[in-house]
Ligand binder design. Sequence first.
Ligand SMILES: [Zn+2]
Ligand SMILES: [Zn+2]
Length: 357
Amino acid sequence: MLAIGLAGLMFASHASFARQSAASTEKMQPAVEPVPALTPFVEEHAHFDFDEKNPDAAIRAALSALGRENASMLIFQISPDVYDHPGRYDAEILLAAVKKHPGKLAITGGGGTLNAMIMQSVATGDAGPAVQKKFRERADELLREGVVGFGEMTAEHFDGATPYQTAPPDHPLFLLLADIAAEHDVPIDLHMEAVPQDMPLPAEWKSPPNAPRLHANIAAFERLLSHNPRAKIIWAHLGYDNTGYRTAELDRRLLLAHPNLYMEIKTDPQAPGLNYPLGADGRIKPEWLKLFTDFPNRFVIGSDQHYPEPKGQDRRWQETILLFNQLPADVRKKIGTQNIAAIYGNSVATYLRAAKN
Ligand SMILES: [Zn+2]
Ligand SMILES: [Zn+2]
């Protein structure tokens, strides 16, 4: 109870949370409560900010968020990283604690190791049999340990919590990962800025640390999707577009062409990106609503929220749920939980099939 009360106080300090509850602000209520999801959902893309002195803080924060958000489950992703980044970690850092809460928490793996191996291979040019063997061994190890998918991987990632990273999406190790994912019926979560053709780095971003020019990646992404049609690939961060090319038109074309492609919805009012799905009035823009309703089986909620919620970055889940709540009820149920059950393997799906919507 105390935790919920404190969280309520934190949220109360952010008046803009009230977008969907203008009526209640008019009544001059003293505190603005967060708006939970109308129907249960799975937060499929969350992160944890690990504190060595308090290793369970992220677990406690995530568990207490479930009720407040009306989330039935939360899946942690491991940020995509490179070997020489101090503080690099992978799923093992939280895996044992996550496994104590089956059906409520789950975790993917590979962001700190498999992704780092891909970046290393891009740098050295070596993707030979020895490198591939090591890569497969590490992927198998993560699966044995109990990760529910491979993530967060990246093919184009601007400098942020982890360094700038780029790799061709059809790199031999990505193709190998698709085969491993298909064999084990687990998805790959991929962070990739949309770059249909070579282009300069957008002016808002600095180089260095980012590359001055970005290499085209959509055609190579399509080769990855076609390489193994049984590999389920989730393209992260619809709603967080930093190149201007992640349009509803591009997403529609790719969804039509590739039945194994899924997308995560992320809307962050503090970093709205280009082609933002919400208008200034907070309503879903028509072209995005049409996309979600035309392909109801292909989207999930992945707000990129960190736990414990960092001050100033605590609104991602809320903005994403304000979008979610506007979806037609049948579409909302699919995007909320049913699609997760279809995309993820049995370790996740068993709980969701049993859960009531
Ligand atoms: Zn990401
Ligand atoms: Zn992420």
